[in-house]
Design a protein around this ligand. Sequence first.
Ligand code: ATP
Ligand code: MG
Length: 243
Amino acid sequence: MAKKIVVASGKGGVGKSSVTAGLSYALSDMGYNVLAVDADIGLRSLDIILKTGNRSVFDWGDVIRGNCLSEQAVSKASGNICVLAAPMRFSPDYTVESVREMIERYDRSFNYIFIDAPAGLSEGFRLACAMADEGIVVATPDVVCVRGAEATGDAAADYGVENLRLIINRFNRKGVERSYLLNIDDTIDSAGVRLIGIVPENPQVLFCFTGGKSLPKRNEARRAFMRIAKRLTGEKIPLEISK
Ligand SMILES: Nc1ncnc2c1ncn2[C@@H]1O[C@H](COP(=O)(O)OP(=O)(O)OP(=O)(O)O)[C@@H](O)[C@H]1O
Ligand SMILES: [Mg+2]
C-alpha cells in the first residue's frame, strides 16, 4: 500500500511543488516508486518541474470520467518517478468520493504518492486532502506565511489528514540574523505543526527544477530533501541546519 502524503501551504509560492519534486527525487534515489500527483487544477506545474512535458495526454480528471485507464494517465519522469497531471478545469464530477476512488487505483503500484495541493483553502485543497492520509505543510519562515501554515494545518486536520509535519523552506540564517525571517523555534511554535525538516534557500532549486532536472549531488537543498525523505521512511536522522 502507498503512503499518500498531501503537500500543502495555505499561502502560494512557498515551495509546495519544489518540495514535492525534491522528495520525489530523493525517494526515487532510495529505490522507491513514487507517484507525484498534481492537484493544482488549472495551474499545474509538476509536468514542467518533473519534465514529463507533452507526454501528459490524460489527467486524473480523465480517470474519474472514464476517458482513459488509470495507467494511461500516468507519465514517466526520471528514475522511479511518475506524474499524474491535474485537470485544466474544475468539474462537478470531482468530489471527495471520486478523487479517493481514483487515487486508490494507484495504491498498489507505488510506495509513495505525493499530492501537490493548490495554494489556499479552497475546494481544490479539500480534494487534495481527500486523496491523502498524511500531510506535509510547507512554510517559509516569515510571519505571513507561518500564519497561513497554521490555518492550513487546522483545515487539513479537519479534512481527516493525519500525522501532519512541517517543512521550513527557503531557510536563510542571514535573514534570521537581520530579523526579517523568524527563527526555527518561533516558526514551529507559530505554525503549530511538528517539524520534519528544513530546506535552505538555494538558487539551484529554481535553476534545476524549472529546467526539469534534479539537483546536483552535493547541493545542500538536495541533501536536505534526502534527510527529510529518510525521516519519512522512518529513519532517525538528526536535524541539520545549513548556513
Ligand atoms: N529552497 C528554495 N530555494 C530557492 N528557491 C526556491 C526554494 N523552494 C522554492 N523555490 C522557488 O520558489 C518559487 C515557488 O516555488 P514553487 O512553485 O515550488 O511553490 P508553490 O508553493 O508550489 O507555488 P504555488 O502556490 O504557485 O503552487 C519557484 O521559483 C521555486 O524555484
Ligand atoms: Mg505549486
